[in-house]
Design a protein around this ligand. Structure first.
Ligand code: PBG
Length: 331
């Protein structure tokens, strides 16, 4: 395929805008975006999140409005995260199983507002509900136990599916949870509820602003390294993904995003399944901080990074920039 100069001049096809658009290999549309939204109690409430400039927690009425906005922009799916009231957090995170919790009420409000016009993805993990900020149950040494946690996550998933969630997204990194959730969905009359597995989720320094947003940051002692992956590992990500596909995931996720493009690429090449990236809170905040510091144009910075996910093989990206990007894409 290598030509020789001047028979081949690779700049020829770049010389004009029409030609660049004709030869463009990767195209992004609003349908490639999933918009994460933070829910808080009350009504008529917007609480800006200091470490996520431009992102707020909204009370349920505001979430319904945002969901309509997403649909109008051509964004096919939103992801919901609750900022659970402090007095409803406990060691065992049992508020996650309450059919009337903030999450379930938000799901129903979005469904009422948008009908089936938008997908609702819900995160499965206990960290927004526990008083210790970990994603699972602790034993008396503080270790996050696997199998007992999975049992609770199954109930949490069914609670969300019963409320109307379309995509269950386990973000907890327990072993075996996808199979357990899939079996429970089948047994509870939810055969078409999807599972998007956070398969390769790394113990990352980029989650800080998210933990502020759901109020778990101040509670968390220690780290999540006994369940989230070591950023040094790529082969292990392939094992995680293989398990989740075998256990019944419809799509898999790599998280964070940009620092793990190699993992996205390998996953797509190896498994040919739908791969999604989560451009996490710290990644969003760095783009905003960079733009504010004069590094470059905010819109150009963010679109270049989002396009990279598509080029690497993603079917879509969870990003707090979703509405901004959708507008830039003409949605
Ligand atoms: C909860 C969860 C986290 C994120 C998504 N789901 C935080 C964590 O694992 O500590 C991070 C998302 C972001 O940083 O934007 N398990």
């Amino acid at each position: 395929m290598t030509g020789s100069y001047p028979n081949t001049r690779l700049r020829r096809t770049r010389a004009s805008a029409w030609s660049r658009s004709m030869y463009r290999e990767t195209v992004m549309t609003p349908a490639d975006l999933i918009w994460p939204l933070f829910v808080t109690e009350g009504s008529g409430i917007e609480e800006p999140i200091g470490t996520l400039p431009g992102v707020s927690r909204w009370s349920i009425d505001g979430i319904a409005t945002k969901a309509k906005e997403a649909a109008a922009l051509g964004i096919p799916c939103i992801a919901l995260f609750p900022n659970t009231q402090a007095d409803r957090r406990s060691d065992d995170g049992k508020e996650a199983l309450n059919p009337d919790n903030l999450m379930c009420r938000a799901i129903k409000a979005v469904r009422d507002a948008c009908g089936s016009g938008i997908g609702i993805l819900t995160d499965v993990a206990l960290d927004p509900y526990t008083s210790h900020g970990q994603d699972g149950l602790l034993d008396n040494t503080g270790y996050v136990v696997n199998d007992d946690t999975v049992a609770v996550l199954v109930d949490q998933s069914i609670n969300q599916a019963n409320a109307g969630a379309d995509i269950i997204a386990p973000s907890d990194m327990m072993d075996g949870r996808v199979r357990a959730i899939r079996m429970a969905l089948e047994m509870n009359d939810h055969p078409n509820v999807q599972i998007m597995a956070y398969s390769a989720k790394y113990a990352s320094a980029f989650y800080g602003p998210f933990r502020d947003a759901v109020g778990s940051g101040g509670l968390l002692k220690g780290d999540k390294k006994s369940y989230q992956m070591d950023p040094a590992n790529g082969d292990e990500a392939m094992s995680e993904i293989a398990f989740d596909i075998a256990e019944g995931a419809d799509s898999i996720m790599v998280k964070p995003g940009l620092a793990y493009l190699d993992v996205i690429w390998r996953a797509k090449q190896a498994f040919s399944v739908p791969v999604f990236a989560y451009q996490v809170s710290g990644e969003y905040a760095l783009i905003e901080a960079g733009a504010a510091a004069g590094v470059g144009d905010r819109d150009e910075l963010l679109m270049e990074k989002l396009l990279a996910f598509k080029r690497a093989g993603c079917s879509g990206v969870l990003t707090y920039h979703a509405p901004v990007a959708a507008r830039l894409l003409g949605g």
